[in-house]
Design a protein around this ligand. Sequence first.
Ligand code: URA
Length: 433
Amino acid sequence: MSAALDPVSVIVAKRDGRELTGGQIAAVVDGYTRGRVADEQVSALLMAILLRGMSRREIVDWTGAMIASGSRLDLSGLRRDGHPLVTVDKHSTGGVGDKITLPLTPLIAACGLAVPQMSGRGLGHTGGTLDKLEAIPGWRADLTADRLVEQLEQVGAVICAATADLAPADRKLYALRDVTGTVPAIPLIASSIMSKKIAEGTSALVLDVKVGSGAFMTTVDDAAELARTMVDLGADAGVRTRALLTDMSTPLGRSAGNAVEVAEALEVLAGGGPPDVRDLTLALAEEMLAAAGRADVDPAAVLAGGKAMDAWRALIAAQGGDPAAPLPRARHTRQVEAAASGYLAGLDALAVGHAAWELGAGRSVPGEAVSPVAGVTWHAGVGDRVHAGAPLLTLHTDHPERFERALARLDGAVTITAERPQVPGSRVLGRVE
Ligand code: URA
């Protein structure tokens, strides 16, 4: 931070509701990344941003400063058989049981596009795509930039950890937000996600903005504002961006955890799987194809033809995994029976996410190891008939002493009604372009 810019004056300006200048934002973000501005000062600034908000111009400047803290990948030269390869990516704001990246990435590769999917690890109750894939024996998340480009050209897809020099400011800021109660601020979430996606070099992007108890945004209005902010940031940076708002009041599919979610993704790739997972995979695939200028391709036909499964095998093998190896299974399981007969009317996403986390599927501090076998599976979807005493959920873990805490998290999570509840036809609640 330059001598002229005192961090306290920046904190005070935002505390008092004033707009920060581009110079102030660049200096704080750069100074913090280089260790020249203290954690406690940035913590105070983040809280002031959460309480006071940011203008569109401030969000653009904050995102730009985070991108400028590292390097930006250039994927414009990708080629296959001498022809340019178009890149398109998807990002979800995080949900429970959200394994969509697993079937979607190879499906889009099978449609002839390239997906440079840089994913994260889970923290708290939302699972991380990399943690799920690491349940596959041998699979590795770390790729060099050269290997990433090579794999995109050969396989059409990568799912990997972000390289260390991709928006490093976000890594530091996110860790600080996580311990200062400043994660759920729209300007901070939007800039965090979009700085990484813009730096990753994709030319088109589809955002899956989750709404409901298991998501950062619990109302459709907040989710729509987050989506609008991110779509505008993408457009300003030349990335063709659109968003779907999707329901996360109940967890996706029938599983939350690591290996259990990979198993479900494989069912979708084989042409089956829970209807909500399959439908959302296809809805997002259609958006990705349209954003990339290939609305003529029918992803359902590609899925049915088995090419997405071939692309999955190629993707897993290219990153050291054995696609034919059996997935690991938990040494201990515990059933939860339905307390009454009737219809399943609700299964709370946040409670299921917390239960999976208690069983070992997630971490409580960054860097902690997760258990590949831990998770929760359920045997009925909302609207299905259930019978008193019949198994409704199964808890999976290698550590049976964790069952009690997981069961406590599930207390009150299941709603059974005598009347069949209204079941929404789709998880898609809206779209922003
Ligand atoms: N995911 C991110 O990458 N950043 C956020 O701030 C929230 C979700």
